[in-house]
Design a protein around this ligand. Structure first.
Ligand code: COA
Length: 194
């Protein structure tokens, strides 16, 4: 089947706005900087990320500018996840689009005081549904530190399969950490939705 993923991405007029029951996915704005800083300066959120927690608000401002630029290049769709009051409580990202193989990678983070309420699942589920329908992706991948139980749980609940462990693939701080690859096929997703 021929499907022109770059053309579909290029034709998006702006960040797609996605709604779930309790959260909304939208593009980032400069005035989200305090909330983005609160998210990425939290050591609990950054525990398994390949970069250390932010220490300066200016890093959040730079990160928002990068998200906007990456979207302008259609390199990444780096949504922010906002609550009912439009405060940013997380992010959800599709990146490394591979048009030939109709594949992309997924990442997400939620403020730690919001964990355990099912909000991340709502947000990621909306993004996956949009990605399979609108971008006609065939496969979406996530790679996690195998010790990241919260991340593993959300992926398994969304129907991702664990497909293998790559040894010592990332440095998390000074330590080389393994990477566990998860995959979700569009057929897995539509089978669950039936
Ligand atoms: C990964 C992360 C987003 C998961 O957040 P989370 O809040 O635990 O995830 P969910 O939205 O799936 O919440 C699920 C939990 O909420 C509970 N819950 C409460 N109300 C719920 C509801 N209405 N619907 C669904 N789940 C609900 C569930 O019981 C579930 O807990 P369980 O899986 O232990 O049974 C979060 O841990 C995080 O931001 N981690 C740091 C960043 C990170 O490591 N990202 C991944 C990099 S690969």
């Amino acid at each position: 089947m021929s499907f022109d993923l770059p053309a579909v991405l290029a034709a998006l007029p702006a960040f797609p706005q996605l709604r779930a029951a309790r959260v909304r996915l939208r593009g980032p704005r400069p005035n989200d900087a305090d909330a983005v800083f609160a998210l990425f300066s939290d050591p609990a959120v950054m525990r398994y990320w390949s970069r250390p927690p932010m220490t300066q608000r200016s890093e959040a401002e730079a990160s928002i500018a990068e998200m906007e630029e990456a979207f302008a290049e259609r390199d990444k769709i780096n949504w922010v996840v906002a609550d009912k009051s439009d405060t940013v409580i997380g992010t959800c990202t599709l990146f490394r689009f591979d048009p030939r193989h109709r594949r992309a990678e997924l990442g997400y983070a939620l403020r730690s005081d919001q964990w355990g309420k099912g909000l991340a699942r709502e947000a990621v589920s909306a993004a996956l549904d949009w990605a399979f329908r609108t971008l006609s992706l065939h496969r979406i991948e996530a790679d996690i530190d195998p010790r990241n139980d919260g991340s593993r749980r959300i992926l398994e609940r969304l129907g991702f399969a664990s497909e293998g462990v790559l040894r010592e693939r990332f440095f998390v701080g000074e330590r080389a950490a393994d990477s566990e690859i998860f995959g979700l096929l569009s057929s897995d997703w539509s089978a669950q939705r039936r």
